[in-house]
Design a protein around this ligand. Structure first.
Ligand SMILES: [Zn+2]
Length: 90
């Protein structure tokens, strides 16, 4: 068997991030998604640093290009909102 491994690198532009207020506790979010029969797979980790959320951890909304709404951990939400404020909008 011959395998080809391809690794793709995507760049997502952070459009907005809300770092002042957590959107949910992750456990609450997960419960309501499961209740509605929806998958939580793409929300289980911080979109930026891949930190895996625990149920009692607050998660922060961000919006990125190509994906739409994603969750950030507190550290990434703080860091990105600072950078967004610094960076000129284009
Ligand atoms: Zn993070």
């Amino acid at each position: 068997m011959v395998n080809i491994t391809k690794r793709s690198v995507n760049t997502y532009k952070i459009l907005s991030v809300i770092s002042d207020n957590p959107a949910f506790l992750f456990g609450e979010f997960k419960e309501s998604r499961i209740k509605h029969g929806m998958s939580t797979a793409r929300f289980e980790k911080c979109f930026k640093c891949n930190h895996r959320f625990t149920n009692d951890e607050p998660v922060y909304f961000a919006c990125v290009s190509q994906k739409g709404n994603v969750f950030f951990c507190k550290d990434c939400a703080d860091e990105c909102s600072k950078e967004i404020r610094k960076a000129p909008t284009d």
